[in-house]
Write a protein that binds this ligand. Structure first.
Ligand code: PAF
Length: 282
């Protein structure tokens, strides 16, 4: 496995692989890899011989007072795990290689797609994501890039920017990977205290509650969201950030679920904010 430190090295790796006739896939990550990431890497390997993983904790997508400083990091462990998963190149640039002095450009997917849901409590977050992902795609020039469905809003934003900017890359979104008790895998789960961890499966339980109601024929978004809320409100350590039903593609709020929709929620346990979602397809 090659270790790449600059966008120029990433581009040279990708172009050399393509010159050998290989397809190139990129799995963008912020490191501290877990089973969820491995599922993305495995999907990438199905579609490409040359799998690149980027590992970059992107300061531009953290707001003031968020967890940039304490975001979990273990480069050596991530490097070994990538090697084990058959990754061909690990692109791990320093902050200055991505944002050199004078850096002044940002990419913003305007409107509710970035402003709603997580964007409401994390202003600027999706600008930071869109900017770094555009840079990673420009550096690695992958044929396909794989993202996780847990970050459904991020996936929608990235699909939109790829369409809008005519970027020649296929975006693949991989299903959520869960712990045995239903908690969606996330690098941030390590922040949870034992008591919080014990209650965190409430997110999945809330989604299941609403999905069951939907399966029984309920189509009113308000009622479905209420069912999820009620389940979360039974959870002493959970503080709801949002529970919303939105159009699965453009993320506009829906009142009646008569199109493929997404039930998305964000919940605080102490200072840790967890997200999860489920598709509701009539
Ligand atoms: O999902 C993530 O880990 C990050 O948001 C991403 C896509 C790597 C951009 O920094």
């Amino acid at each position: 496995m090659e270790l790449l430190k600059t966008p120029a090295e990433a581009r040279a790796f990708s172009r050399a692989a393509k010159a050998r006739g290989e397809r190139v896939a990129l799995v963008p990550t912020m490191g501290y890899l877990h089973e969820g990431h491995f599922s993305l890497i495995r999907l990438a390997r199905q579609g490409a011989a040359a799998v690149m993983v980027s590992l970059f904790v992107n300061p531009a997508q953290f707001g003031p007072g968020e967890d940039l400083g304490r975001y979990p990091r273990d480069f050596e462990r991530d490097r070994v795990l990538c090697e084990r998963e058959g990754v061909k190149a690990l692109f791990a640039p320093d902050v200055l290689a991505v944002y050199p002095p004078g850096f002044s450009t940002s990419v913003e997917v305007a409107g509710p797609m970035s402003a709603g849901l997580c964007g409401a409590s994390r202003p600027g977050h999706f600008r930071g994501v869109a900017t770094v992902v555009t840079k990673l795609l420009c550096a690695c020039e992958p044929d396909l890039a794989v993202f996780g469905q847990k970050d459904a809003q991020q996936a929608a934003v990235i699909r939109r920017l790829v369409r809008d900017l005519d970027l020649p890359v296929e975006i693949v979104v991989a299903p959520i990977v869960r712990e045995a008790d239903g908690l969606a895998m996330s690098s941030r789960n390590v922040y949870l205290s034992p008591a919080e961890r014990a209650q965190a499966p409430a997110l999945k339980a809330a989604l299941d509650e609403a999905s069951a109601l939907f399966a029984r024929g309920e189509r009113r978004a308000k009622r479905l969201a209420e069912a999820a809320r009620a389940r979360l409100e039974m959870t002493p350590l959970a503080r709801i950030d949002y529970v919303e039903l939105v159009d699965a593609e453009n993320l506009a709020p829906v009142e009646i679920v008569d199109q493929p929709s997404l039930l998305a929620l964000a919940v605080f346990f102490g200072a840790t904010r967890l997200i999860d979602n489920a598709h509701l397809t009539p």
